[in-house]
Design a protein around this ligand. Structure first.
Ligand SMILES: [Zn+2]
Ligand SMILES: [Zn+2]
Length: 165
């Protein structure tokens, strides 16, 4: 993999970059290595909840017992977006008008859940191209933003020390 200069790191991250980076940190907790996905629900620049993909609480994890594959998909896990929404339900946190920051583009099921949870904006970094998901979000008026990752590290923003602030 080529290593290009990390030009963006010379500046403070934007809010979108900031929360996407946090989503990558959250994804490190994933227990299904088919995809480490993280989601952060944000409103008014405050984190409401976070979620990563993994087995339901108290059940065995893919990392310990292997995947549960059906039609090429691992069905053992809840998706990151689902877990973030469930955390909101569990703790009584409203999600109306929130932005979802995700490491990957949401799948169709997650897109539908985000729509009904009142999420108005989805910012994602990596790939998980799902045409139906895009179409549903678009039809529901949810803004979908692809924020290409432009840093070397998943989690660490390295300020440019030569550019003192
Ligand atoms: Zn799995
Ligand atoms: Zn999903």
């Amino acid at each position: 993999m080529s290593s290009s200069p990390v030009s963006v790191a010379q500046n403070r991250p934007s809010w979108d970059e900031y929360f996407v980076q946090i989503a990558f940190t959250v994804a490190q907790r994933s227990t299904c290595d088919r995809a480490h996905v993280g989601c952060v629900l944000v409103r008014d620049r405050r984190i409401l909840t976070t979620g990563y993909n993994g087995a339901p609480a108290g059940l065995p994890h893919c990392d310990d017992v292997g995947h549960l594959l059906v039609d090429g998909h691992c069905v053992r896990t809840l998706h990151a977006e689902q877990n973030a929404l469930i955390q909101a339900a569990l703790h009584g946190v409203g999600t109306e008008g929130a932005t979802a920051y995700v490491t990957h583009q949401p799948c169709l099921t997650c897109a539908k859940m985000l729509i009904n949870a009142g999420v108005r904006r989805v910012v994602y970094a990596g790939n998980y191209p799902d045409d139906y998901s895009r179409r549903f979000l678009d039809a529901a008026g949810v803004e979908l933003v692809h924020l290409a990752r432009n840093r070397q590290a998943d989690t660490v923003h390295r300020p440019d020390t030569s550019n003192s602030k």
